[in-house]
Design a protein around this ligand. Structure first.
Ligand SMILES: *[C@@H]1O[C@H](CO)[C@@H](O)[C@H](O)[C@H]1NC(C)=O
Ligand SMILES: *[C@@H]1O[C@H](CO)[C@@H](O)[C@H](O)[C@H]1NC(C)=O
Ligand SMILES: *[C@@H]1O[C@H](CO)[C@@H](O)[C@H](O)[C@H]1NC(C)=O
Ligand SMILES: *[C@@H]1O[C@H](CO)[C@@H](O)[C@H](O)[C@H]1NC(C)=O
Ligand SMILES: *[C@@H]1O[C@H](CO)[C@@H](O)[C@H](O)[C@H]1NC(C)=O
Length: 445
């Protein structure tokens, strides 16, 4: 097919021209649009719940994008629009939570109405695993931005519909309720921004988590379930004796057949990384103790280093639940300018939601796009995968956007979203306070 070959030749020609001029050739990656489109369309066939296995001292949980299990087939662009709106809600609630913590003492009573709590919005969190919970298999979403782990329990007073059975505490031999006086219950304040309170029954810790989309849980705090944040309430802290405070994941793409893994434990032999793991230290901000914050020292586009004053200051949060990376505006500006310079000759398209760098790639099956790398203190590096650079807004590729956005407020915290973490092994070593990155083609087997 003529259209299939054309872009390939185009990119070869332009590379040759650049070389012939004696100018540096930019680093590029191939991005295949048709493959993405076809695989997405297969999406609703068969919905197998993620599996798990045990190897050495680690537990490996298969990780899937939950989108492949949704029964409704809704319009592609509408779905993406909704995803970005919800993503923005999540980011807003994270920013609010950070502000609330940062100015803690004087806001307590007046701001308890802010509906954000653990910053979870069920619908944006797209990665699921199934974990065995006292012989019952529970499918849960994975979130490094939350500390609290929970499942819906019987009796359900206001449960949303869930796929599998609701957890039955009455048939569990290990279930225990947490008393409202315990230090665990007090830790809720850090984890959710709300005080764990004593209600009618002092043997239970009352808590409430609100969601921007109106769904919420309200009930007893169950001890011992999933939220991979950094505070002492999180699953990582609770299982430190078993897994050494180390977990890692490889986030797959949204293709139906794609799966990744969440490894609890420090067993690097089960990784399939193809580049060496590079580590960077976690920044410690006592006020933001439940988030993972890194020191972003630089970025490059196609091998060209970006210049921006905010590198090395402030810190960037790494989050599995935010979709689109939010960069400080000076960094985003530099990134956009360099990207447009290197990805030139393609017709522009209108912006979409929070994405403002878009192209009309109708007729191209494949394009070569500039690489994007993030650099961190200690020479750690995250090489963004080809599937994490463009966001296909329209199925016919007439609107394809750079999948990165700018922070709107200079006081907001930058965030590395899950779209840019695809096909990476990301290792969280909470004991040694470091995060590692390596390129990996995610798969469970
Ligand atoms: C839980 O899942 C495992 C496979 O991961 C399966 O072997 C087991 O039968 C399941 N248990 C229940 C109670 O469904
Ligand atoms: C819990 O708090 C109540 C009221 O403050 C107190 O009377 C009770 O002794 C406490 N229980 C424990 C186990 O600390
Ligand atoms: C995890 O494994 C890595 C590499 O084998 C090692 O450098 C690191 O110290 C380990 N971390 C812990 C907490 O054991
Ligand atoms: C980030 O790393 C750079 C380079 O090592 C260093 O100069 C800077 O102080 C660090 N920033 C923070 C917030 O620690
Ligand atoms: C995108 O480009 C194609 C081919 O160049 C053109 O036919 C189409 O009208 C454009 N679509 C939009 C929405 O601009």
């Amino acid at each position: 097919m003529a259209t299939a070959m054309l872009p390939f030749f185009l990119s070869l020609v332009s590379l040759c021209l650049i070389n012939a001029n004696g100018v540096n050739s930019f680093e590029k990656k191939m991005f295949n649009m048709q493959m993405l489109q076809k695989k997405q369309q297969l999406g609703t066939q068969g919905c197998l719940l993620p599996e798990s296995k045990r190897e050495y001292n680690s537990i490996i949980l298969e990780m899937k994008d939950r989108g492949h299990c949704s029964e409704k087939k809704i319009d592609w662009t509408k779905r993406l629009q909704k995803q970005l709106i919800l993503d923005e809600l999540r980011v807003r609630s994270i920013q609010n939570r950070i502000r609330k913590i940062s100015s803690s003492h004087n806001v307590e009573a007046s701001q308890t109405q802010i509906p954000l709590a653990s910053g979870v919005n069920l619908q944006t969190l797209n990665y699921i695993v199934t974990m065995g919970l006292d012989k019952q298999n529970m499918t849960v979403i994975v979130d490094t931005g939350s500390d609290l782990t929970w499942v819906q329990c019987e009796p359900c007073m206001s449960c949303y519909n869930q796929q599998g059975p609701v957890f039955k505490p009455s048939t569990s031999s290990s279930y225990q309720s947490v008393s409202c006086n315990s230090s665990t219950c007090q830790s809720l304040r850090l984890a959710t921004g709300n005080t764990g309170a004593c209600g009618r029954n002092p043997s239970t810790c009352n808590y409430e988590v609100n969601y921007g989309d109106g769904s919420y849980t309200n009930g007893d705090l169950v001890s011992g379930l999933m939220g991979l944040g950094r505070s002492k309430l999180s699953l990582v802290s609770q299982t430190i004796a078993t897994f050494g405070g180390v977990f890692s994941y490889c986030l797959p793409t949204t293709e139906a057949a794609a799966s990744g893994s969440l490894v609890m434990g420090n067993e690097s032999s089960v990784f399939n990384n193809v580049t060496p793991i590079s580590y960077t230290r976690m920044l410690t901000n006592p006020q933001l103790s439940s988030f993972y914050i890194l020191n972003l020292t630089g970025m490059d586009v196609g091998g060209v280093a970006l210049l921006a004053p905010s590198f090395g200051s402030g810190g960037i949060m790494i989050d599995s639940g935010t979709v689109i990376t939010r960069l400080p505006s000076s960094v985003y500006k530099a990134l956009k300018a360099e990207f447009l310079k290197q990805f030139s000759g393609f017709p522009p398209a209108p912006g979409f939601s929070i994405l403002d760098t878009c192209f009309n790639l109708t007729g191209y099956d494949e394009v070569s796009i500039p690489t994007i790398n993030m650099h961190f203190e200690d020479n750690a590096e995250l090489n963004v995968d080809a599937t994490g650079i463009f966001y296909m807004v329209k199925e016919d590729a007439s609107q394809v956007c750079l999948a990165i956005s700018s922070l709107s407020d200079p006081y907001d915290t930058a965030i590395i979203g899950n779209y840019q973490q695809r096909n990476q092994r990301v290792i969280y070593d909470t004991k040694q306070s470091k995060v590692g990155f390596a390129v990996e083609q995610c798969s469970f087997s």
